[in-house]
Ligand binder design. Structure first.
Ligand SMILES: Cc1cc2nc3c(=O)[nH]c(=O)nc-3n(C[C@H](O)[C@H](O)[C@H](O)COP(=O)(O)O)c2cc1C
Length: 347
């Protein structure tokens, strides 16, 4: 594993840094926030794999300002590439107070969630519902920006539905309020994760505004990432579900790929990072199961592997299953396009 980490470090060292606004990312490919997934150990792993930057999952400004200990723990950052903390809420004042607390944890910037489609969030006027209330969205950016000295960004969708696409209006507001950049997930709130991300709209907005745009949605293969990078008006691209199946996607630009056999090492690294973060056994097992199964998806024998992993309770046996499965698939091709893969989430 030591040799693998050395090789990986040498390769990721060849990635070109990318300045977006005043933030110097390690490359043009940023790991997206994924609720319940982009924990600190996982963000560290993605950083090791070459992510240009990482973002926490959405964290409640209400819970932060009410000193909820479990939530405060979510603010802890590890050895991560340009980590951002993402906050959500409906009150500009509360978001500003939460941002002051979050900034103290060492975030390089604060990202405001304006894309979460989950009812529990939108019914309170937070997440994607903020796109329906541009005046509150503007006030939120203004107040958060005023409260901290690090940059502020927002992550949005295209709009509420295909008849109410207003991403451009929100981008304009973000520019006026001095946000550092805007990430656009190319779907509407109503769409959830159905259909395809609309890159025409993202590219059109990115070509028209001074404020940098980070494009996001459905970048599941190295080929797709490379061809998008060649033509895009975006300053960077954000990858969400893709790296769960193939964390080496962050190396797309380098035309270098580690193999499926090396997924075993990634699982070992993740395990060591969770141990270092003092995760209890139950949490470690749940996480290893999830990630091993995602990494296996699209590979021959994945469904049997999934069954074996999910019916096993011992960490050692689960690790042994994974350490045997990936090397045996060394020459297999991973099928990367799969619409049903993780079709739910908070942005
Ligand atoms: C399980 C899951 C959880 C998510 N959690 C968040 C979140 O906490 N904050 C956020 O802004 N977006 C969240 N998203 C949206 C992703 O960041 C991203 O915008 C979306 O998945 C599209 O990118 P992709 O096609 O590369 O996955 C989530 C998506 C999924 C599938």
């Amino acid at each position: 594993m030591k040799k693998f980490i050395e090789d990986l470090t040498n390769i990721t060292g060849q990635l070109k840094p990318s300045l977006i606004g005043s933030i110097n990312f390690k490359s043009k490919l940023i790991m997206a926030p994924l609720a319940g997934i982009t924990t600190s150990p996982f963000r560290e792993l993605m950083s090791t794999c070459g992510a240009g930057g990482v973002v926490t999952e959405l964290i409640s400004s209400h819970a932060i300002t009410h000193s909820n200990q479990k939530t405060l723990n979510m603010l802890r950052l590890g050895d991560e590439a340009i980590p951002a903390i993402q906050l959500f809420g409906n009150s500009p004042e509360m978001m500003a107070t939460a941002a002051i607390i979050a900034a103290k944890y060492g975030a390089k910037y604060i990202d405001i969630n304006m894309g979460c489609p989950v009812k529990k969030v939108t019914s309170r006027g937070a997440g994607a519902a903020l796109m329906k209330t541009p005046a509150i969205a503007a006030e939120m950016i203004r107040q958060v920006k005023k409260s901290i000295s690090i940059p502020v960004t927002i992550k949005i969708r295209l709009g509420q539905n295909e008849d109410k696409i207003n991403a451009e209006e929100i981008v304009k507001i973000a520019q006026e309020e001095g946000a550092e950049f805007v990430t656009i997930h190319g779907r509407t709130l109503n769409q959830g994760y159905r259909g395809n991300a609309n890159w025409d709209i993202i590219e059109n907005i990115a070509s028209k505004y001074q404020i940098p745009i980070v494009g996001n949605g459905d970048l599941f293969s190295s080929e797709k990432i490379k061809s998008r990078l060649k033509i895009t008006n975006c300053k960077a691209l954000m990858l969400g579900r893709g790296p769960l199946k193939n964390p080496f996607l962050f190396l797309a630009e380098l035309d270098h790929n580690f193999g499926i056999k090396d997924y075993s090492s990634l699982i070992e690294i993740l395990l060591s990072k969770m141990v270092a973060a003092n995760y209890n056994d139950k949490l470690i097992i749940t996480n290893i199961k999830k990630h091993a199964v995602w990494l296996s998806s699209g590979l021959p024998g994945a469904s049997k592997f999934r069954y074996n992993v999910f019916t096993e309770h011992s960490l050692t046996k689960i690790m042994n299953l994974a350490l045997a499965f990936f090397p045996s698939n060394e020459n297999s091709e991973q099928i990367t396009e799969d619409e049903s893969f993780l079709a739910g989430g908070h942005g």
